[in-house]
Ligand binder design. Sequence first.
Ligand code: FE2
Length: 273
Amino acid sequence: MKVLFLGDVIGKPGRNALRKKLDHIVRQNEADMVIANGENSAGGIGISIKTCKSLLEAGIDVVTTGNHVFKKREIYDFMDEEPRLLKPANYPPDTPGRGYNIYEIEKLGGLKVAVINLCGRVFIDNFDCPFRTANRILEHIEKETPIIIVDMHAEVTSEKVAMGWFLNGRVSAVIGTHTHIQTADERILPGGTTAYITDAGMVGPRDSVIGVKKENIIEKFITGMPQKFTVAKNDVWINGVAIDIDERSGKAREIKRINCEVDEEHDIWSSRG
Ligand code: FE2
């Protein structure tokens, strides 16, 4: 089976890009399931009921999130109601929502795919240990399905690389999110069968600093003063990875990077097995 995993969707430009191009990318990659990180889908920070629904309507099957998931209060109850929306599983207990779930893919005869959402702890908010949390979840879901996709939402590359090695051979894919910059280290990890990339990138405007108007960010760096951050608009592209997974064993066969310019006539594709 093929899973398409897209990086952080940034505000309206990101949501519009998916409406415009997702079907095309799904067809081109023969994707059976689409996962995207939606924690920046509402105005560039947080997720609302409206933006979550718009991602699902655009064709996303599972929306993962990260450290900004609880920015908007309206999402708290919705997180408990909507099984296709995940929060990091290593949030302290008793926070709303679920951190992992198992989904049945209808067009593959009800094939079960587990998705786990984790958040790193370095230079980010206080979370429980993502490594111990992953161990605990795997104990529950390993009996259900060997096809397991992990979104490791984290700031530093080392924590994501470490999670890749930690889960190598135990899950189908460990995909990093949060930095909005796609890395070029995608591969099937040696000695195991896990597809890995440190960061999938973003679905958002490249004419920006990680999705925010570049003038806002430059001003903040120069003056040290608080600035209003506005989502940038131009040069939107869709970053992600397509992962080919053996349905019976859950082993990843291939991971390919995806970069699609939304406003251009041509698409740019880069790939590596
Ligand atoms: Fe984040």
